[in-house]
Design a protein around this ligand. Structure first.
Ligand code: DON
Length: 571
């Protein structure tokens, strides 16, 4: 393993998460049982009030959760350029009112001209900036293909009814929040450097300024008129490719023309009386969540207590083992065979915790991925919607890093992703979240890069119970996990579960990250004595979870994360 690994990762991960959430408060105490927003019929919860409102208005017009999804997603393009953008991709997990479930994968893909070692220097070492900034970092965007696929299969209102409010919002503008102002300030130099000029978002803003985006309004108007092809080959696509070529990119019009969103079966598993429905590969979310929850199921977490020493140990050790498997086995299922059923099956998982003891941490260096006989290895945002008809969706969508590659398509009004960094650019070399990977997630033309996004729906006793998800790179899976456990095991409300302080472990680096000012010094000392390396510096906050749960009386409760500008709206 690379000697500088821990240092590099700690720096990169801390900087990323610090910049992501700088400006947020931490260590705020909340009543864990207090309900968040409640509503009789429907709730939309997302990273911005304007986007939640546009989604709710679509529902009030008689639209369903899928119509509201498209409206909310596109409104996030306008109001949350940090992560929500048609320059990226994402995943939808849905459960229709009749109980039918499914997922849509509109993850970005490597361009056809991508090569295995395209981010390595002449000594075979990764040049991190190439996979993270500028045109070479950009994967073929999937969001518009995703929206049209959802509309065709599950939508009920005309696209014009859905998109017009978003186009109006882009023209009229949205109000800059304090968090947003801070982020624009943090990134303005990088915007200038990557774009080699001033862009709209590099100018100084103050909170309460209004930002209009007429270019994005025009792009959406053209998409409305010409359909999906406008983005994947029409004027918008041509302009996109011209911009990327100008900046040294390798994506071609054929890459756009051949992009298709994929309907995939979800990963489904039981945890006690819950049935969890989550995203399958190319996201690692569902598989890792299943592995962790199955590994901790035999332990009586509720009796240990929320964020108690024993609960933290069990969860951390299960996370360690799941992330070790993630880095070895998981990748794009269209390119690699993934033994999903074995990985989440009891036979395999029962043995995985055999070497765990409450006395001592299992060092990650002593632990590898599990052996499966016969197997040959060869800035994000989440929103949840439950509608008045009982349909539920969980959607996580991303540009990867904050503002993606920072490359801004000025004429089109959006940022482009840097999703190529989610590939394992070299076996054992960490990506920006410190995740390492192997052959299964190596770069190949037209392959999808492995994701951690974990949009998840949960049933209790056969009925819809929760929709949940979050941004946060590698911490997504563990934040979703803790939010579900907070309600199921520790009796919190949806809002209380979202508010509660979180911790995270991902096998390598061998450190457990704790949200600052929220865990007692005595507790952390005890864990340290058992061999757990603790990290709490740099205002690290894990995830920005949004969720909705169905209350026992059938009403809905929203949980919107106080760590951002997230807002639940309902009726
Ligand atoms: O797909 C993934 O796992 C990453 N691209 C997600 C990035 C992310 O969550 C950044 N936002 N906080």
């Amino acid at each position: 393993m690379n000697k500088n690994y821990s240092l590099r990762i700690t720096t990169v991960l801390s900087l990323f998460i610090f910049l992501l959430y700088s400006g947020c408060k931490s260590g705020v105490t909340h009543d864990p049982k207090k309900l968040g927003l409640t509503a009789d019929n429907a709730i939309v919860v997302s990273a911005r009030a304007e986007a939640s409102k546009i989604g709710i208005e679509i529902l009030k017009k008689g639209g369903n959760a899928f119509d509201a999804m498209i409206a909310t997603d596109m409104a996030l393009n306008v109001t949350f350029p940090f992560a929500g953008s048609i320059g990226g991709g994402g995943f939808l997990v849905y459960r229709k009112a009749n109980g039918e479930t499914g997922t849509l994968d509109y993850r970005e893909k490597a361009p056809m001209a991508a090569m295995h070692d395209m981010y390595l220097d002449e000594n075979g070492e990764p040049i991190d900036s190439l996979s993270r900034e500028g045109a070479l970092a950009v994967g073929v965007p999937g969001s518009i293909a995703g929206m049209f696929a959802v509309h065709k299969k599950l939508g009920s209102l005309p696209m014009a009814t859905i998109l017009q409010p978003v186009i109006d919002l882009a023209k009229q503008g949205y109000v800059v929040t304090e968090n947003q102002k801070n982020r624009f300030e943090n990134y303005s130099d990088l915007f200038r450097k990557i774009n080699e000029k001033e862009i709209m978002y590099s100018s100084p803003f103050t909170a309460n300024d209004t930002i209009k985006n007429p270019q994005l309004a025009q792009t959406l108007e053209r998409i409305l008129k010409n359909g999906k092809e406008e983005f994947y080959g029409g004027e918008t696509g041509q302009k996109l490719i011209a911009l990327l070529s100008e900046h040294g990119g390798i994506m071609t019009i054929e890459d756009l023309q051949s992009y298709e969103a994929q309907w995939r079966d979800p990963v489904v598993f039981n945890y006690k009386d819950l049935r969890v429905i989550s995203m399958a590969p190319p996201s690692s979310g569902g598989v890792c969540l299943a592995q962790i929850m199955k590994m901790i199921e035999p332990y009586d977490l509720a009796s240990y207590g929320h964020n108690s020493e024993k609960a933290i140990q069990v969860i951390t050790e299960a996370e360690r083992r799941a992330y070790a498997d993630r880095s070895h086995y998981l990748g794009d299922p269209d390119f690699v065979d993934i033994p999903v059923n074995t990985l989440i099956g009891s036979d395999y998982l029962n043995g995985r915790m055999d070497n765990f003891s409450f006395e001592m941490a299992t060092p990650s260096a002593s632990l590898n991925h599990g052996d499966i006989p016969g197997y040959e290895s060869m800035e994000t945002t989440h929103y949840s919607i439950i509608d008045q008809f009982g349909n539920a969706i969980a959607v996580t969508t991303t540009l990867n890093g904050a503002y993606g590659s920072k490359l801004y398509a000025e004429e089109l009004g959006f940022f482009l992703n840097n999703e190529m960094d989610d590939f394992s650019v070299k076996p054992g070399s960490p990506n920006m979240f410190g995740l390492i990977g192997a052959q299964a997630n190596s770069i190949e033309p037209q392959k999808r890069m492995l994701s951690s996004m974990t949009p998840t729906l949960v049933e209790k006793d056969g009925k819809l119970w929760m929709s949940v998800g979050t941004p946060g790179g590698s911490t997504i899976i563990t934040s979703v996990l803790q939010t579900i456990l907070n309600v199921e095991e520790f009796g919190m409300s949806m809002q209380g579960a979202v508010n509660a302080p979180r911790f995270h472990h991902q096998w390598l680096p061998d450190v457990v990250t704790f949200e600052p000012n929220a865990f007692g010094k005595g507790l952390l000392k005890k864990l340290q004595k058992k061999g757990y390396q603790i990290r709490q510096e740099n205002s690290v906050i894990l995830g920005k979870v949004d969720g909705i749960r169905v209350l026992p009386d059938g009403r809905l409760e929203g949980g919107a994360d106080w760590r951002g500008d997230d807002t639940a709206i309902g009726f």
